[in-house]
Design a binder for this molecule. Sequence first.
Ligand code: SAH
Length: 325
Amino acid sequence: MDLALLDETLTERGEPPFRARQIWAWLARGANGYDAMTDVPAALRRELETSVPLSTLTVEAESSSRDGTVKTLFRTHDGHPVEAVLMRYRDGRRSVCVSSQSGCPLTCTFCATGAMRFRRNLTAFEIVDQALHFRRLEPIDHCVFMGMGEPMLTLDHVLAAARLLPDVGITHRRTTVSTVGWLPGLRRFVDEVEEPIRLALSLHAADPALRSTIMPVNDRYPLGDVVAECVRYHALRRRKVFVEYVMLAGVNDRVEQARELAELLDPRVFKVNLIPYNPTGRYDGSSRKAIAAFKQVLDRARLPATVRLTRGRDIAAACGQLAAS
Ligand code: SAH
């Protein structure tokens, strides 16, 4: 919901100041419509129904994976596609993966979103509405900014959204912002954010030349500076930085490359997440054997590493597959 529009509408009508909070509380707890908001006067509810839409996004399509993952394709009021994913884990965790932009201006070669046209940044309300959509299905407790887009390019909107999430059931400690290493935003994230929001870095190669070939953004912001910024985050917050490393056969999955990675990353600061490549056309994913051998090198170097569980691949909802087709 556009909470600014809600405020404006309520003020115009001379409603008491607590009204906006009352309505937000209903939404944050998963209300499906104004009908449910029984402590709001019926006449006001009827009026809001026409003047303030319950969501800034409309649902265009929804698919469910065999593993319980749900992917939703939304449209903004001006027609741009946005995708978000709900992941359900066996231990009961419910994690939503939200988009910060429609499309993405960066052009990482392995990512489907990078291949679609960049539309625009999403507003904070458009981001929160993705989470609220899933909250109407069931309680949710984690959020990752790992959908379409680069969060550090629209950090103010991302932070405004993240700051609303605790009301929805997602604490800052269970909120993660992922970046390619867009330095201006990353620096601000380290310097200005006081909330214990987690940081993840999409690294994918320890060698700068190789990284530039698969992530052109690397030419703009040198890897050393990006890693230094993550170290600073850890020094200030005492929270580990997650490193995402997508395993591409014959590209970045050799054991020497694992050694380079172990040399680059301080085990006190970083925790590596090896991500099986989700097919987007251009590459082959590393074999299980290659992933295991790579991980073994990291294990020996005492660099914490896990292999990410792939979710929702059958509905193109997995990492890197969001492209609003
Ligand atoms: N732009 C931010 C937020 C998106 S996060 C960022 O890149 O960090 C999406 C994650 O999925 C990133 O780590 C990205 O590198 C990874 N990814 C992209 N394409 C993928 C693919 N085909 N298979 C597996 N992971 C992929």
